[in-house]
Ligand binder design. Structure first.
Ligand code: GMT
Length: 384
């Protein structure tokens, strides 16, 4: 198949999922064309089946807001025509779904038919999408997509609650490449560096936006470290970072909390950790929790959105109400205070991650692609 994948290139789950999906499809012999405004950070271009097309928005003094969606649409038209793509798969509805719809109709006017799939990732629905200024376009683009998938059952339900959707939304959960967590090299030097006295290592990874409630991560850590010697690693960057650094200074915990910034690959740092904290207000899936579990790290998380579909309470970790830092700390202390318990949870976390092995999830996308391509070809034959 010749597949066009549209995604955000920046750090964030939707771009990671899109890139890993494209890489896996390319490894199976499909030609995969990534279309984005920057090379996705997880994408290397060393495979003969992977191509990258950059969307460049021209600056012009008239444009206070450069028309990205239009340039993306033109790029889609161009790539579909020139590369003879069979299907487009857009990740994150805004503005990718409406751009794909427009491209599809431009191409149709030239006698080229191409189906497109929209994958909903979370904030395109739960935060940004339901904003009145986007809603009519998002509703239309979802309804007009040839197939729509959501990364969790919770996101599927949220979409149906907030939008007037008249079509089926299929749940295809996010996945993990377990192989990436094999042969990651030694981790002892990392442990020695951050926890020289054998302290337990707690870790959080996110884009430090308000929705992640990273302050709660620090509060939970503060309660834990009073009972168990521990260190906290904060990986990522975003709007809340400086406020959080300030928060640690106020609490006089700077020597125990390490801000590591953005890391392209997190497999090693996760594998060196004991417990992952995800305290989000809302989360459609929580890919970072799955990444932690793939690294055999149990998860203490809030019980919100799609997280309970990923983190099994009492097995791969524990769930607490959003903001219930006491309960989160209690659960963390329970796991960390006995190495036998910790090792059991580590093993369970890995078992849980196996349910989301890319080998299990990839065929669901492949089936969907083939179905739509076949339907599209049959329709084209009928119209001849
Ligand atoms: O975590 C974020 O805020 C980034 C956002 C994105 O678009 O990359 O993540 C969303 O998509 C991820 C991949 O499907 C999910 O794992 C995250 O749960 C989801 N974020 C939210 O729902 C807040």
């Amino acid at each position: 198949m010749k597949i066009g994948i549209v995604c955000y290139p920046t750090f964030g789950g939707s771009g990671v999922v899109a890139t890993e999906l494209g890489k896996a499809l390319a490894a199976k012999g499909n030609k995969v064309h990534f279309i984005s405004y920057q090379q996705p950070f997880k994408l290397d271009l060393f495979s003969e089946n992977i191509f990258y097309h950059e969307v460049k928005v021209t600056d012009y003094p008239l444009f206070d807001y450069p028309p990205y969606e239009l340039v993306l649409t033109s790029k889609l038209v161009d790539v579909v025509k020139f590369e003879k793509l069979d299907i487009l798969h857009v990740h994150y509805a805004i503005p990718h779904a409406s751009a794909a719809y427009m491209a599809q109709h431009i191409l149709q006017s030239e006698g080229i038919n191409i189906p497109f799939i929209t994958t909903l990732h979370g904030t395109d629905i739960t935060l940004v999408g339901k904003d009145k200024s986007f809603e009519p376009v998002i509703t239309f683009a979802i309804n007009e997509s040839n197939a729509v998938t959501a990364v969790s059952e919770s996101l599927r339900k949220d979409t149906l609650t907030h939008f007037n959707i008249k079509r089926k939304i299929e749940v295809i959960p996010n996945f993990i490449c377990l192989d990436d967590y094999e042969n990651i090299g030694e981790i002892e030097s990392i442990r020695k560096n951050f926890a020289p006295k054998g302290e337990k290592i707690l870790i959080h990874i996110s884009n430090f936006r308000k929705v992640k409630r990273v302050e709660d991560v620090i509060k939970v850590f503060d309660l834990v470290r009073k009972e168990i010697p521990a260190k906290l690693l904060l990986v990522g960057d975003g709007p809340e970072r400086y406020r959080l650094e300030e928060f640690c200074r106020e609490r006089k915990t700077c020597h125990l909390v390490h801000f590591l910034g953005k890391l392209k690959d997190t497999e090693r740092i996760l594998s060196a950790s004991d417990l992952f904290l995800l305290t989000s207000e809302s989360e459609s899936f929580g890919l970072s929790a799955l990444e932690a579990m793939a690294a055999k790290v149990p998860v203490i998380s809030s019980n919100t959105g799609g997280i309970p579909e990923v983190n099994e309470h009492g097995f791969s970790g524990f769930l607490s109400n959003v903001g219930d830092i006491e309960n989160m700390a209690k659960n963390a202390i329970y796991i960390l205070s006995d190495n036998n318990v910790l090792n059991q949870f580590k093993a369970n976390a890995y078992e849980q991650a196996k349910k989301f092995d890319i080998l299990k999830i990839l065929p669901k996308y492949e089936i969907l692609y083939k179905e739509l391509i076949t339907k599209n070809r049959a329709a084209a034959l009928n119209n001849q």
